[in-house]
Structure formats: structure tokens, C-alpha cells
Design a protein around this ligand. Sequence first.
Ligand SMILES: Nc1ncnc2c1ncn2[C@@H]1O[C@H](COP(=O)(O)OP(=O)(O)OP(=O)(O)O)[C@@H](O)[C@H]1O
Ligand SMILES: [Mg+2]
Length: 642
Amino acid sequence: MSAAPPPVAAQDALHEEDALGKAYDSRLLRRLWRYVAPYRVQVWWTLGLVAPVFLLELAPAWIVRIGIDRVIAPAIGESGPIGGARPGVFATPPSFLSGLAEAPSWVPPLVWLGALYLVMMIGSAALQFVQSWVMAKTGQLAMRDLRSDVFRHLSTLHIGYFDRTPVGRIVTRATNDVENVAEMFTAGIVALVTDVIKMVGFAVALFVVDARLALVTFSVVPFLTGIAIVFRLRIRDAFRAVRVRIARINATLQETVTGMKVVQLFNREERNLRDFAELNAAHRDAWIVSIRYDAALFAAVETAQNLTVALVIWWGTGIASVGVLYVFIDWMRRFFMPLRDLSAKYSVMQSSMASCERIFQLLDTEPRVKDPVVAPEVGHRFSGQGAIALENVWFAYQREDFVLRDVSFRIEPGERVALVGATGAGKTSVIKLLNRFYDPDRGRVLLDGVDLREMPQQELRRRVALVQQDVFLFSGTVAENIGLGRPDIDAAAIERAARAVAADEFIAKLPQGYATPLHERGANLSGGQRQLLSFARALAHGADVLVLDEATSAIDTETEASIQRALRVLWEGRTALVIAHRLSTIQDVDRIHVLHHGRIVESGRHEDLLAQRGLYHRLYRLQYERQAEASAVSDARRGARV
Ligand SMILES: Nc1ncnc2c1ncn2[C@@H]1O[C@H](COP(=O)(O)OP(=O)(O)OP(=O)(O)O)[C@@H](O)[C@H]1O
Ligand SMILES: [Mg+2]
């Protein structure tokens, strides 16, 4: 089977998900401890319970032993070791238990011991309940804090980060990865520590009860440890293969779902299904391998455990009493139990550590666009009418690949300026700099004479209203999408803004008016309606500067007219920078700059630029001809229909 190479996004994901390294990394754990520290009392509680739980696990077998050796054996005429060879090394139980085990005269001894057994079992179950409950809760509390930190940090990162990082990966950090770390609390580190303590405890207890018998039975331990190590390595590799393949599946799924429109438009369903089937099969095979090793390890431990039972009976008969043999068999079983799922716990630790590392990596990603350090009293310095200036701005998304080259222009307060140019000329990039999604590589961007880098971002956002090419709408109601949760914009203000840009007409026609919930990204609105809604949003927020990146998508003439009218309302009394794709929009602006490959090549008013017969003239002619063509076609159609 030759698997097709995964898509690029998937390959990226692979490199990350592949990194399954150490199961223990003190540096990461120390950093994680900061999240656990506020709840450390609960951690001490859980660890403190390890000893009582252990003692309660020791007790039941010992009670049975007393029952056998003191009550049953005498009753059937057997006492001491079977065959009467020699008395058990530990002939009498620890005094506190003997005292307890002494039944009052009015209770039959076996009933008394049975009741005692029951009490111990219930006590042990209760303590274990408390232990795992407290631990899981601590884990969840700490993880909530960690998840909040991830979320908070995400909103400080510059837009460029989100341009480069696939959404799926970011979502994974805050969900799956945090979940993985939480598992460390429930099934990882604490379980491992508890297991080790218990195993040592049982080993010591067995030696105290009968050293010779213990030596004999523990003879299988080195052998078993060897097997466990070999299997653990195999399981780790298999598990890594599983994770790599699930990452591929995730990436493919994400890509397909995001691009479902394209998939269906280009009839790629069949092809995608085949690709997915291959990934799916590879994932299944990886699991089968890992399951096989897991089952084999389980069987090996089980066999070793049964072997010790055989050894205990074979060697022990004649040395120890039946009761002591029982104690040995029970405790050995408990000693081996943790070994069986050691590999599972190891994998949990590994994936927790890897997730932990990835989360911290995200938290360590420095925001490239930072707020200046300003004293609060300087805050009021940022007032003005909204003059914009770009001074010799150079900018590249990647290294030296400049998309803006030495761009300079000024917009005085209240002026309207338009940027035009072919697709990819760099128009949207200018707007991104003006909104400080990125910082320029050389030169400065100024608002009212202040370098944007010297201005708190909140201030900038308050002053500049941006209407983007692809309007972003949140899932929420129409009103919420206009007000964006700002308390000073009430229902009346929202409706006023909508009316001003003539968005109220279509809103009134929606099933619940302003309270109509919008689907994800406003999927239940048309492109023109989304645009009008974003105008209302910009108006309601009352910024000094309006930046508009007109949508490229075709809009019907009627909507276009209402958008034109809305735009006039919107830029009234504001400084406006407009990127217009329909040149008819900007015929009466104060100045037009023509961008070509990142440089301003022409500037002036509409008529002057036309008279120059340069690039603007060409753009205008092209558009004019296309429009004439389109209207000729529609005229012809209309004519045909008549
Ligand atoms: N996030 C990004 N990472 C890398 N390169 C980018 C990014 N965004 C844009 N570019 C590149 O920068 C150049 C300018 O893009 P920009 O979006 O500014 O063009 P535009 O003039 O707005 O085009 P359009 O009219 O199609 O909207 C293009 O060559 C584009 O490929
Ligand atoms: Mg653009």
C-alpha cells in the first residue's frame, strides 16, 4: 500500500504530533507545578492517603489468614504448617490486628472476621474514592487555569501568527492537549508514584512475613522486568505510529471540512474518500500492532503471576501455614497488578509531556506586535482629528519578499483617500499595517503624528474602524454583531446606526429582526447584507478614521446602490481610507493613489489621473469595458426574452 503524501497542513501537523519524547521532563513539570500550586493542599491530601490505602489493602488477606489458621484449621484438626514441618516464621499477627481479630464471646469467630473483612473493604473503597476524586478535581482546576492562559495568550498574538498557523492546530492546543495534560493527574504521574510506593510496600511486607518464601517468589521478578522493558519499548513505538496516523486523519478531515465547497464544486469526493480510506486503514493497522503488544505484555505478567502462585504452593507447603500461603498469594497478586498497566501509564505520561511541551511553546510565542510601555497619565495625549501618514514604509510577510516598497502618503483629517491597484498590488497590506496587524519593516505609520508602535492597541482600535474584505461576523444575534458587547452602545444606538446605513430594511425582514441569531460567520446573510451590517458596526462604534477594504465579490446593482449610499453616510465627517474595486465608488474622493507591485506609481484626483493616461486610466478603461460588456449581455438577454 503506497500512502499518498499527506497535504501540506497535515505534514506540518505531523512534525509536531510526532514529537513524542520523554515520559518525564522535570523542566516541564516544574512549570506545570505553577498551575497546580494553588491547589497543592489537595495534592498533599491525595499523597497522604497513599499509606492508609496501602494498609487497608494489606488487611483483608491477613484477616482471612487468621480465620484459616486460628478458626478453620483447628476445627478440622490441622494446625501450623501443612505436614507439621515447622511453624510459620511469623506465627502471630501484629498485635493491633490480633486484638481486633479477637471476637467477643457472643459472636461466632468467623462471623466476626467476616464483618471485619467487610469493614476493611468498604474503608479501602471509600479512601480510594476520595483519593481519585480529589486528584481528578485538582487536575481539572489546574487545567481550567491553563486553558484560560492559552486563550488569553491567543488574543495577544499578532494577526500574522494566525495567518501562518492552521486553526485546527490552535484549537488542539486548548482542547486535546490540555485534556492530555489533565490525564497525567488521573492516570499518569500520581498513579505511577502510588504504584511504586505500593509495590515497595508489598515487597517489604512479604519479606517480613516470610523471607525465604519471598525470595523464592521474587525470583521471577528480574525475568519479568526484562520482558516489561522490551514490550514497553515496542508499545511506545507502536503508540507513536498510532498518533502520527491520527494526526494525519485530523489534518485531512480539517482540510476537507474547511474546503467542502471546493471539494463538492470540483467533484473531488471520490478521490478524497479514497485518500481518507488509506489513512484510515493505516491508522487501524497501527492500532492493531499496538494492541497486540499490549495484550502480549498483559499475558506475560499474568503468566508470571500464576507462576509465583505455583512457586508459593510448591515451596511453601511444609514451610508455612495455609493462612500464610493465602496471604502470599493475595499480596503477590496486588504486587503484580501495577506492572500490568505500567506501559499504559507510560504512554499517558509520554503524551502528556508532549502536549505540555506544545502548550508551553504556544504560551512562549511572543506577540510580535506589542503595546508600548506608557504611563497611564500620558493616555490623553492620543487625541486628534484622525490624520494618517505613512512614511517610507517597507513591508514583507516573508523576509526580503517586499510587498510594500517605500510607500508614503498623508491623509489630513476629514479627507477621503482611495487606494487602487491590480489584485495582489498590496492594498490590503497597507490596511493591515494601518491597523497594526503587523509592523512595517522600515518606515513609520502615524496616526495624528504618533507612531502606531507608541500607541496602545486599544486606543488604535477605538480610533480606527475597519471594514474588511471578508466581513467577520460572530455567532450571536444581529444586534450583538453591531454592538459587539460594548455597554455604551444600547439598542437605540444600534438601530440608529443600522437605519443610517439602510441596513434596517433587510434586518426588519429577518424572522426575529435584531434578535435573529446569525449562523457561524453569518452564513445566513448575503454578501451585501454582511457588508451593510459591518457598516452599521463601524458607524455605531463612532471612530474618527474609517478604513474600508471593499469586498471583491460581485454584488447586485440594487445592493451596490445601497452600499454606495451607506458609504457616503459612513465617511461623513471622518477621515477615510478606501480600497475600491469598483472605481465608480471613488470618483469624488480627495485623492487616489495607484499601487503597482507595492509602490505608489500615480496619485491625484480622478479626472487628473484619467488625463495622465497611465495605469489608472488603463484600470478604469478595463473596468468600464467589462461593465459595458456585461450590460450589453444582459440587454441582449432581456431583448431575447421580450
Ligand atoms: N498573510 C500573508 N502571508 C504572505 N504573503 C501575503 C499574505 N497576505 C498577502 N500576501 C501577499 O502580499 C501581496 C499583496 O497582497 P494584498 O492582500 O495586499 O493585495 P491586494 O492589493 O489587497 O489584492 P486584492 O485586490 O486581491 O485584495 C500579494 O502578493 C500576496 O500574495
Ligand atoms: Mg485585498
